[in-house]
Design a protein around this ligand. Structure first.
Ligand code: AMP
Length: 214
C-alpha cells in the first residue's frame, strides 16, 4: 500500500493540489477535514465529538483521527495508493500512521511540503468560498464565481467555512506552527520530504508536484 502526504499550513492549497494529483494519477484522496465535515453533516458520534474543536480551529484528538483513518484504510485493497491531505497533523498521528501501514505492508513513500508565505495564506483562507451543494472551491478575488455567491458548476449557494473567519484562521496558523510543523523534521529525517513552491498558481504547483512524484 503506497501512500503520499500533502503537508502544509491551512491555506497552503492541499485540497486544490490533491484534486490535480487525483485527476492525473490513481491516488485515492483522503482528507480528514472532509471526513469530519461529512460526519458533522451526518450527525454521527464522531461528528459530535469533532465539532467543537473544529469551530475553534483546534485539532480534533489524535485517537478520533487515527480511528477514522484506520477505518478508511481497512475498507481498501492492498494495491490501493492513498494521498493524505490534512493528515497527519501531530507526531502522534504520524507514528500511528506508520504502525497502521506496517500492518498493511505499506509505507509513506513521499511527503510533499507545500511552502507558501504567511500573508498569502491569510488572504487565501479569508477569501475562500465553497459551494454548499457540490463542494467546489472559489476565492472572492483569485477564483471568483461568474455570479457572486452562486456556484458556476451546479448553481448551488457559496458559503464561507465557519473556521475560515479571520480570528479562527489566525488560531489555525498558530496551531499549525505549534503542533504540525514538527512533522517537517520527522519526515526530513526519514528522507521522504519533498519541498514544493505552492505560493504560485494551482496549475504550476500541481505540475511541480507531479514532476517530483516518484
Ligand atoms: P482541514 O479541512 O484539513 O483544514 O481541517 C479542518 C479542521 O478539521 C481542522 O482545523 C481540525 O479542527 C480538524 N482536522 C482535520 N484533520 C485533522 C487532523 N489530522 N488532526 C486533527 N484535527 C483535524
Amino acid at each position: 500500500m503506497d501512500t503520499i502526504i500533502l503537508l502544509g499550513a491551512p491555506g497552503a492549497g492541499k485540497g486544490t493540489l490533491a484534486e490535480g494529483v487525483r485527476a492525473a494519477t490513481d491516488f485515492i484522496h483522503v482528507s480528514t477535514g472532509d471526513m469530519l465535515r461529512a460526519a458533522i453533516k451526518a450527525g454521527t458520534s464522531t461528528g459530535l465529538e469533532a465539532k467543537a474543536f473544529m469551530e475553534k480551529g483546534e485539532l480534533v484528538p489524535d485517537e478520533v483521527i487515527l480511528r477514522i483513518v484506520r477505518e478508511r484504510l481497512a475498507q481498501g485493497k492492498a494495491t490501493d495508493r492513498y494521498m493524505f491531505d490534512g493528515f497527519p497533523r501531530t507526531l502522534e498521528q504520524a507514528r500511528g500512521l506508520d504502525e497502521t501501514l506496517a500492518e498493511l505492508n505499506g509505507r509513506v513513500n513521499q511527503v510533499f511540503l507545500l511552502e507558501v508565505p504567511t500573508p498569502v495564506i491569510v488572504s487565501r483562507l479569508s477569501g475562500r468560498r465553497i459551494c454548499k451543494s457540490c463542494g467546489a472551491v472559489y476565492h472572492v478575488t483569485n477564483i471568483p464565481s461568474k455570479v457572486e455567491g452562486v456556484c458556476d458548476q451546479c448553481g448551488g449557494p457559496l458559503y464561507q467555512r465557519p473556521d475560515d473567519s479571520e480570528e479562527t484562521v489566525l488560531n489555525r496558523l498558530e496551531v499549525y506552527q505549534r503542533q504540525t510543523a514538527s512533522l517537517i523534521d520527522f519526515y526530513e529525517t526519514k528522507g521522504v520530504l519533498v519541498r514544493i513552491n505552492a505560493g504560485t498558481t494551482p496549475r504550476d504547483a500541481t505540475a511541480e508536484l507531479l514532476s517530483k512524484l516518484a
